[in-house]
Design a protein around this ligand. Sequence first.
Ligand SMILES: Cc1cc2nc3c(=O)[nH]c(=O)nc-3n(C[C@H](O)[C@H](O)[C@H](O)COP(=O)(O)OP(=O)(O)OC[C@H]3O[C@@H](n4cnc5c(N)ncnc54)[C@H](O)[C@@H]3O)c2cc1C
Length: 417
Amino acid sequence: MGSSRQRFVVVGGGIGGLVAALALARAGQAVQVLEKAQAFGEIGAGIQLAPNASRVLDRLGVLGAVTADAFFPRRLVLMDAVSGDELTSLDIDDDFVRTYGYPYFVTHRADLHRALLDACESEPLVTLLPGSEVVEIVETEGAVLGRCANGASYEADAVIGADGLWSTTRATVFGLDGPPRDSGYVAYRGTVPMPDVSDAAARSLVDCMVIWLGPHYHLVQYPVRRGQLRNQVAVFDTQIYGRDTDDHAEQLRQAFAGCCRTVAAGVRLLDTSRRWAMMDRDPIQTWVSGRVALLGDAAHPMLQYLAQGACQAIEDAIVLADTLQESDGSITDAFSRYQAARIPRTERVQLNARRFGDVLHAGGMAAAMRNALFATRSPTDSGPVHWLYAPGAERASEGEPPIPVRVASAPGRPQAS
Ligand SMILES: Cc1cc2nc3c(=O)[nH]c(=O)nc-3n(C[C@H](O)[C@H](O)[C@H](O)COP(=O)(O)OP(=O)(O)OC[C@H]3O[C@@H](n4cnc5c(N)ncnc54)[C@H](O)[C@@H]3O)c2cc1C
């Protein structure tokens, strides 16, 4: 690398912010991560990471640590939540790993975040600053200043706004584009000890990532912590059942009233004390303003239906670090290459996530047609998701599907116990 060391401030220490800090530090840059929470951490339960994310984590030297307690499902399965029948599946076992070079895995968010935090803590070029809520970003001659609510200010050569769906960086630097788009859907999520899963049909799918599809609702189930816990996410449309309610357990029960016994048994195990509104934004055509760039949900918040929000933040991070190296340290050049490479890609993922949500939540005739089409698929056909997972996809533009690559020697796919 011909460039000299620069100072970066990353706003936000979520998955995107930590991977960005790591990628920049591995590229020789000094990074301060300003996180508003008093301690770094992740809430929520499980997370799925596809080969496009595993590949980046391996390049950064953290795939082993991140997958230490992960689970490697055998199949991605779509089930009919009403009849209990299997609709279609995708094998993600050894052949899939050979095709994409990297595994699809599921893990606990806390485990993923902890592994990234450990890597940042042992990286001398990264400084982690919890309790630092950025409230203002000011560009000065040749530098940029992040001011925090606690009165501290940090000067840097560039700022990366990785501060999530409600990004202050996006609002203050790029002008208010209003609140995110509320899809009307909400999610309840949590984990249960695997021995509590007693339903026979559910047990037969314990080594799979399963989505049960019903009209206006779905339930996701997969193992985490090496299979000791089962993660569950129940999602439904409050436009049908009402946004405001005092009795969340009852509303969840009503939304899943028509489902089969296996799904009902899973839904009963969910904690209803907290729920998440499913929100996204329309794609935007610039993520860069002077010495400030957006990354992750701050740049491209998406619905979770393709399980790609964090994967895309991870892709952003490596492309940012790569473009900086390619630009010989010129921040303006790097930022413009970064957004040129990333916006078409993430726009495609954002829009397809919405469309896939419509497919998941279809009812009546639309669901019957979907199911008939699903029945014609082969479980080894990864064609429909190839554009998401293939090597090089992180810089592929809309209309330019990445070239299929078959990797001869894939890294081992550890067998979860
Ligand atoms: C139900 C559900 C399931 C999902 N499943 C998956 C999945 O399986 N796979 C997948 O890839 N993605 C999934 N996602 C999406 C994924 O969780 C997000 O895309 C990802 O966490 C975004 O990471 P981020 O770092 O960009 O933002 P965030 O995780 O939101 O992190 C932002 C960080 O910035 C901090 N912050 C905010 N404002 C400030 C400020 N002013 N100053 C300092 N710090 C600040 C916050 O405290 C936070 O730590 C799912 C999302 C949901 C809701």
